[in-house]
Design a protein around this ligand. Structure first.
Ligand code: GRF
Length: 210
């Protein structure tokens, strides 16, 4: 059984998509061991409580980054988390934290990386005028929105789109992409060469229920 730790700061729709996928058997052999928010008023943390999950608030305000990260890491370790999923966690992680969970931290970003890293990716895409955008689930390394990519999904940018309509259509794909990425990582049948993740065979995927 794999223990997932989910970090949120806000709405938490990606967290809910992951929880639904586990409940529906789309992600097998996994449970959400703990949901942690750095903000007490995050909707995601209220949802986690409603779903009967372990939900913790570890406030970040006014704390040096690494001190806060140490508190988060210790909570994750207490819950024997083996995969950390950032789901709208709006705080940069320290190199120290990243090193605690090598290739065991996933993030989702609402663009086709390396395009439009950082904040307001959907607005950046609209302003730039790209015709295709999407989302990326990637491993977290020491640089922002930078680690090896596990799954990407594309979304057309329509002439009528603004950042809100585009964000909504990307979000639908985010929910699908995160489940796929977790299945790949938990399945373990992949290799990362340089930045490039390649699946090795269908064997591990066969173990995961549809
Ligand atoms: C998503 O767009 C995600 O890609 C980005 O932050 C947003 C979080 O949304 N990192 P939610 O809290 O999962 O609904």
């Amino acid at each position: 059984m794999h223990n997932l730790g989910i970090l949120v700061s806000g709405r938490g729709s990606n967290f809910v998509a992951i929880a639904d996928s586990i409940d529906a058997g789309r992600i097998a052999d996994a449970r959400i061991a703990v949901v942690i928010s750095n903000k007490a008023d995050a909707a995601g943390i209220a949802t986690a409580r409603q779903r009967g999950l372990n939900a913790l608030v570890i406030p970040s305000k006014g704390k040096p980054r690494e001190e806060h990260d140490r508190e988060i890491a210790s909570a994750l370790k207490q819950h024997t988390v083996d995969l950390v999923c950032l789901a709208g966690y709006m705080r940069l992680l320290s190199p120290w934290f990243v090193q605690q969970f090598p290739r065991r931290i996933l993030n989702i970003h609402p663009s086709l990386l390396p395009a439009f890293p950082g904040l307001e990716a959907q607005e950046q895409a609209c302003v730039y005028g790209v015709k295709v955008s999407g989302c990326s689930v990637h491993f977290v390394d020491e640089e922002l929105d930078h680690g090896a990519i596990v799954v990407q999904k594309t979304v057309p940018v329509l002439d009528t789109d603004d950042e809100h309509t585009l964000a909504a259509r990307i979000l639908e794909q985010e929910h699908i992409a995160y489940t796929e990425a977790i299945r790949i990582v938990l399945g373990g049948n992949y290799e990362v060469r340089g930045r490039r993740l390649a699946k090795l065979s269908q064997k591990a995927e066969g173990r995961v229920q549809k």
